[in-house]
Unconditional design. Structure first.
Length: 180
């Protein structure tokens, strides 16, 4: 997603968040804090390795050598232009193959262009609450990540972090994504 936001500009809608981008590619110490700007679905605090990305692409890796090992992970999932029933299908697929069994926390994007096809039917947030809410782990919904109309936050994948799901959510990056 890095290329998708650069042309939009720093701080611009459909652009990128300069502070999180610079910290992700230049910080060699860790300790960076990224405010997720979301809403807390389940409160709590955990530590784990950040993994995930676009929900459709993560699902496409299942059964391949590139499938994510989500044990101990803070799982990041986002996408766009999916109907709530399609998000339901993907989340249930992840649930049935055990991808949520040992996840320690979840960060969900905004899911733009994902309105319900019928007014009054469940939204993506409703679907996420129903499927994920009972996992008993911290969950933030609506973070400004991936496909977002807001300036996109850069999250370094594969690094250890602390997720605090209160006050919009906070990720503290505990180790650098780059070395000097």
């Amino acid at each position: 997603m890095i290329a998708a936001g650069l042309d939009g500009g720093a701080g611009a809608g459909r652009g990128y968040d300069r502070e999180s981008l610079v910290a992700s590619v230049q910080n060699t110490d860790g300790g960076t804090e990224i405010g997720l700007q979301g809403a807390v679905m389940v409160a709590g605090e955990v530590q784990g390795r950040i993994l995930g990305g676009c929900m459709t692409l993560v699902e496409a890796t299942l059964g391949t050598p590139w499938e994510l090992d989500t044990r101990g992970a803070i799982l990041v999932l986002e996408d766009r232009a999916m109907k709530p029933y399609q998000v339901d299908r993907v989340l249930m697929h992840f649930k049935h193959v055990g991808k949520f069994d040992e996840v320690v926390g979840i960060v969900l994007g905004e899911f733009p262009e994902c309105e319900p096809p019928v007014q009054g039917s469940p939204t993506v947030r409703d679907v996420c609450t129903r499927i994920l809410g009972g996992l008993g782990i911290p969950i933030v919904f609506g973070a400004a990540i991936g496909h977002t109309p807001r300036p996109m936050l850069t999250l370094p994948l594969g690094v250890k972090a602390r997720l605090t799901s209160e006050n919009g959510g906070l990720l503290e990056i505990l180790e650098p994504a780059v070395t000097a």
